[in-house]
Design a protein around this ligand. Structure first.
Ligand code: PLP
Length: 488
């Protein structure tokens, strides 16, 4: 398997190189040259474990490594640390060390990166640079903590993550990590990181100091491929629970921010998984739902801070990969569209691409929709969902009432409700008085008796290790400070 850039500047890149580079030199994203079909081979194999399915999916793409290497990486990533559970139609992806679905990818990425580094004989340290809207940062810190040959720098927007998310990050232990709060929002953070990655001269200078920059954002193909796994796993669980028969079509419903998760479901379909429609759910930052309705991507609007902060995003990077497929792999057109986006903040896709997107449906949820989804789910089903999953559930309801589509569905449930305790409490119309988020967790537990994951218990009393803050134009400076390199 080889990888190519969506913008045409790089062809014939090996998997280890694509993983280490993170983003292509032309600014494009790496995509596989083809999608191997594996679905039919899973017939009568519905009892495969998560790790076994992971192996079947991942080995198709990361062909620089032998079966034993891939198996070991999968084992080290997930064993006793991560699992996926299907509850009715909710695919709970948050049973991992950070209580959000990003663990599925970020527990695996460090191991495949380490293998790639060895394969390519990369000398010195790899520095993972990450802008986070809340969950990626913690998951990257957790995944890379104390992994030799790697350092991790996480930038998070001080206005834009929940206090639980912030505490999770600033208390993270590890001898190779730094977390910096940025006085700005997520797009400021992401833009700053992209600028560093786009600065080839700066990167060359670092290489002279034996430092290679790389990314753990969902633009990295090493992160995207492992996300395909849970769609196959979820589908087989639906079969096991006799909600569908093997071969039946399903719809997937995905609360979407940077478009990595839903893109992974599209890749799963390219590999044969029978998905009829992709329901792309946004919060009030509804750039994507406008896009799927009108064919115009227009980011020229204020970023709204919502109660699903991991989806507070105006530029969904991974959409570029979908456009690439929808256009029939027309890299010139993708390059043109992305240039328009960066120059004018808006682009319109042609009819060919629009046709290629016909199985995508976009809608969004307001704060009221989210609260109603949480309280309906809890009061009618006794099932507690978080604000991101609630966005998906609300968008699904809008889809069903519009279309009357009765296709069975799978909802990606992306975070544990205790990560957003204040919002969940408000949605349930509870009033615990003037207490902090950590005390709210305790109260919410007393009320619902839904168990609190270990990693969130006792978070309040942990030591704050990372106290660095910076302005939006100081990202490079704080990076140099961390890695101990002087910039002249
Ligand atoms: C990151 C995140 C999302 C959005 O996923 P994308 O792959 O960026 O679209 C949704 N929910 C939660 C809880 C997340 O952490």
């Amino acid at each position: 398997m080889r990888f190519i850039s969506t913008r045409g500047g790089e062809k014939n890149i090996s998997s280890s190189k694509a993983i280490i580079n993170g983003i292509a030199k032309d600014g494009g994203l790496y995509v596989p040259t083809s999608f191997p079909s594996i679905f039919e081979k899973l017939k009568n194999k519905t009892s495969l474990t998560y790790e076994e399915i992971a192996f079947k999916v991942i080995k198709e793409y990361f062909t620089d490594f032998n079966d034993d290497e891939i198996k070991l990486a999968i084992n080290e990533a997930y064993k006793d640390r991560f699992n996926v559970e299907l509850k009715n139609n909710f695919l709970e992806l948050y049973h991992g060390p950070t209580s959000a679905f990003k663990d599925a990818a970020l527990l695996f990425l460090p191991h495949i990166m380490k293998l790639s580094k060895e394969k390519l004989n990369v000398d010195g340290d790899i520095v993972i640079l990450t802008a986070t809207s809340g969950d990626t940062g913690k998951a990257a810190l957790e995944g890379f903590s104390n992994i030799e040959g790697f350092k991790v720098m996480v930038y998070y927007p001080m206005s834009g993550v929940s206090s639980v998310q912030e505490m999770q990050m600033v208390t993270q232990e590890g001898n190779n990590l730094r977390v910096v709060g940025i006085r700005g929002n997520f797009d400021d953070a992401q833009k700053g990181v992209k600028e560093i990655f786009g600065d080839n001269e700066f990167k060359e200078d670092l290489i002279k100091s034996k430092i290679l920059l790389s990314s753990a954002n969902s633009i990295n193909i090493g992160r995207l491929i492992p996300q395909i796994v849970y769609y196959f796993y979820g589908y087989l669980q639906l079969v096991n629970k006799q909600k569908i028969k093997f071969g039946n079509k399903i719809n997937v419903v995905v609360p979407t921010g940077n478009f990595g998760n839903i893109l992974a479901s599209y890749y799963a379909r390219e590999m044969g998984l029978p998905i009829a429609r992709f329901i792309c759910a946004s919060n009030e930052n509804n750039v994507l739902s406008d896009f799927f309705n009108e064919g115009i991507y227009d980011k020229r609007r204020e970023l709204i801070l919502t109660e699903s902060p991991s989806m507070d995003i105006l530029i969904s990077s991974n959409l570029e990969r979908l456009l690439f497929e929808a256009s029939g792999r027309d890299c010139n057109e993708i390059k043109r569209l992305m240039e328009e986006l960066s120059k004018n903040g808006i682009y319109k896709v042609n009819k060919n691409i629009k046709d290629g997107l016909k199985d995508f449906y976009g809608n969004y949820a307001t704060k009221e929709d989210v609260y109603k989804a949480i309280s309906d789910m809890y009061n009618k089903e006794g099932y507690l969902i978080d604000t991101h999953t609630a966005v998906a559930y609300a968008a699904l309801n809008k889809y069903i009432s519009e279309t009357k589509d009765e296709t069975p569905y799978l909802i990606a449930s992306t975070a544990n409700p205790y990560k957003f305790p204040r919002s969940v409490t408000k949605a349930l119309e509870l009033d615990f008085g003037n207490i902090d988020d950590f005390d709210i967790i305790d109260k919410l537990y007393e009320y619902t008796k839904v168990s609190v994951p270990d990693n969130l218990k006792g978070l309040k009393n942990k030591n704050v290790i990372h106290k660095n803050k910076c302005e939006i134009n100081e990202l490079k400076k704080s990076l140099l400070d961390f890695i101990g390199v002087k910039n002249d």
